[in-house]
Design a protein around this ligand. Structure first.
Ligand code: CAA
Length: 244
């Protein structure tokens, strides 16, 4: 960290991987705003435990993001680091997938990239510094049965990252994407037990990843010394899928 006080927003920052990211950023000196969508009880408990302010809005809604970001900046100051972590699943084989389940995932997972970055990007360009770290998934890289919606959404996150990285490269703003594999969170715990056993058997490291391990990757990319690392895709999946 530099002398300059860095200020980060972590979407979906009160549970799972996002909570670990919020805590890790705070530990190394950031002012952190942890966004969440619905679970007030978990968010308030998180806020109290870690002394991190929480902000409720729906990252699938552009206007809500504009308002939420304004509230964060009013309380904490100008945001220079965005961790677009919020994401949802609505798993079903395509023949059983409803239009609603398709739209829900597209609305939140890739659209939140636009909704969160567009309102802040001019400010970052003008400041000559910014860090944007998007959380995709192994399943956006390799595809996953039962997840046509989520795989499409998370592949979109990778494309968004690569395009924006080029737009802002000369402005001191880096944009990178992390593709976690199967991490020990509520989202993965929802996978049917028999299926999950099979998935873990296919992970060469022999276990699920931890949220803390994903947070460690975020700290690396957020660091001021990571200025030449942009447009990159960091896979963190225990060698389950090795992308070229
Ligand atoms: N890997 C291997 N086989 C799988 C599988 C997987 N991930 N998912 C489903 N299958 C297999 C099942 O074992 C089953 O095989 P058999 O017929 O031989 O028993 C077959 O596909 C059909 O599965 P179900 O009987 O469960 O069918 P269903 O229609 O009731 O449910 C499903 C289908 C919704 C896809 C369900 O199996 C499921 O939830 N699978 C897990 C999908 C998954 O991996 N989701 C990841 C969630 S975590 C996440 O997304 C975070 C991240 O970024 C990694």
């Amino acid at each position: 960290m530099s002398e300059k006080q860095r200020i980060a927003i972590v979407t979906g920052g009160t549970r799972g991987i996002g909570a670990a990211i919020s805590v890790a950023l705070k530990r190394v000196g950031y002012k952190v705003a942890a966004n969440y969508a619905g679970n007030d009880e978990a968010a308030n408990a998180f806020s109290k435990k870690h002394d991190i302010p929480v902000f409720k809005w729906d990252v699938g809604d552009y206007d809500a993001c504009v308002q939420g970001i304004a509230a964060v900046q009013q309380q904490l100051g100008p945001v220079d680091t965005i961790v677009n972590n919020a994401g949802i699943t609505r798993d079903a084989m395509l023949h059983k997938l409803t239009p609603q389940a398709w739209r829900d995932v597209i609305r939140v997972d890739p659209e939140s990239m636009f909704n969160m970055c567009q309102p802040l990007i001019l400010q970052m360009r003008e400041a000559g510094f910014g860090r944007i770290i998007n959380i995709s998934s192994i399943n956006g890289q390799k595809g996953q049965m039962g997840q046509t919606n989520y795989s499409a959404a998370k592949a979109g996150v990778i494309g968004f990252t690569k395009a924006l990285a080029q737009e802002v490269a000369k402005k001191g703003v880096t944009v990178n994407v992390i593709c976690p594999g199967y991490i020990d969170t509520d989202m993965v715990a929802a996978v049917p037990e028999k299926v999950l056993e099979g998935i873990i058997a296919g992970i060469p490291v022999g276990r699920l990843g931890s949220a803390g391990e994903m947070a460690h990757a975020v700290l690396f990319l957020a660091d001021e010394n990571a200025g030449f690392i942009t447009g990159s895709t960091l896979t963190a999946n225990g060698a389950q899928f090795i992308a070229g």
